[in-house]
Design a protein around this ligand. Sequence first.
Ligand SMILES: *[C@@H]1O[C@H](CO)[C@@H](O)[C@H](O)[C@H]1NC(C)=O
Ligand SMILES: *[C@@H]1O[C@H](CO)[C@@H](O)[C@H](O)[C@H]1NC(C)=O
Length: 558
Amino acid sequence: MAMAGRPPFLAVALLLVATVMLSWGGNVEVAEAQTPFKSCVLDGNVASVMCSYNKVNGKPTCADKDLLSGVIRGDWKLNGYIVSDCDSVDVLYTQQHYTKTPEEAAAITIKSGLDLNCGNFLAEHTVAAVQAGELSEEDVDRAITNNFIMLMRLGFFDGDPRELAFGSLGPKDVCTSSNRELARETARQGIVLLKNNGALPLSAKSIKSMAVIGPNANASFTMIGNYEGTPCKYTTPLQGLGANVNTVYQPGCTNVGCSGNSLQLSTAVAAAASADVTVLVVGADQSIERESLDRTSLLLPGQQTQLVSAVANASRGPVILVVMSGGPFDISFAKASDKISAILWVGYPGEAGGAAIADILFGSHNPSGRLPVTWYPASYADTVKMTDMRMRPDTSTGYPGRTYRFYTGDTVFAFGDGLSYTKMSHSLVAAPPSYVSMQLAEDHPCRAEECASVEAAGDHCEDLAFDVKLRVQNAGEVAGAHSVLLFSSPPSAHNAPAKHLLGFEKVSLAPGEAGTVAFRVDVCRDLSVADELGGRKVALGGHTLHVGDLKHTVELRV
Ligand SMILES: *[C@@H]1O[C@H](CO)[C@@H](O)[C@H](O)[C@H]1NC(C)=O
Ligand SMILES: *[C@@H]1O[C@H](CO)[C@@H](O)[C@H](O)[C@H]1NC(C)=O
């Protein structure tokens, strides 16, 4: 997905309503690629959809009438406006040469269902398109009406903004202590503990000196990621840890690119050799990954792996590896190393990231984050073409497929991984039924002949749902939150995913406390898969639901 700068009006819209941006996969997988967008429009009721720069099957998305008017405004009944990514309309004329003239580009996009253009292309060429007879005033009116309805919903015509709820907000409302605490809590909740041999949580009392090493060890701007705002105040990892224990700081490298510097390396190694505990903070920043800059390797940048190994090798005390990045890394060496006691992934944790890292390392907060993506081995990027968008594996060519849903190869860490300082156990309170029957219409072909699947829409889907209730018990000594991830593995019809996430719930539990989490599973919506033509089908047969090691199979019959 591409992103670009947005005008102030959109910034306001973004605050108040979710915006969803469209970028589509190819061919048969288009309908499946639409699923999350469809859910944003239908279930999330977004007020804006953005069409991207790229072409899909030869057609720029902002000039695709079937997509904009047919699917989004037609089938999904978008209540809001469709906006182009910044300069998408310009790009389809000047770079993709999809139209011969700029007027034609203005006409085709508005007629396709575009309401608003990020950039000035439509402002410059729409009048000429109407004058040339390529576009009717009715089409322009439709676009303007959609935009003005949005302005009305946002209160633009409701009076003096200073007298309205949002009109009087200012800097004084931003850096409040509760907002800063929210930044810290958000960071804590996002931190994922990937390995812990028992070294964590650390006891500050027993640590006389801590070596804090690595190119992100004193990161500030890096923590707020890409498309960032202006923070109130940073707490870097070094500052967060330093508020608890004495620290010795060594960056180990000049920057995250870590091109190698033997003097910096040896001073880092020496610091680790004389400290009671070593915290390494490595990873990436915007010089490695951002819009228009894709990573080409899944390994840590430059000499970071050598830095981690040498420091871990020389450390006197336990070594905690903190990875600060947007994307995943192949850190198999660290996962396997006896010298590295614990690994955390902290994402780009925001202004209070360093304080949150300290909260987790010293145990005042029990981690409960889970990985949102698969961490592939480095060989994945070497063997899989990044332009190959297919999700499903292809055994004839050895293509391994993508995402936790389809990829079946080895992982460094898996989607949903994340450890805690306590032990949580699950049990089923109310088992779902062992079978569910669909009532098909008299003339439905699957009444007469054996079918592998049935369409995931129609009367037979009406009220076809069941509940899954789980009891979660905190069987450990410390309080903590626990994320319950409910997966389903469908029957193999239609090259179905190995598993997919149906839902998740987070519960907070004191030591010994038990709680209940409930999921409502709608058979047609939640258990369906895309068929070979992109239609949604629900497969007949056994669907296995799982939460951790707990499994239960529901048989779907007609
Ligand atoms: C760590 O970063 C902060 C914020 O950029 C800076 O003020 C401080 O001097 C740095 N500390 C060290 C030891 O470099
Ligand atoms: C780790 O230490 C061993 C011996 O103690 C040495 O042979 C090896 O080269 C060291 N590895 C690194 C990465 O420094």
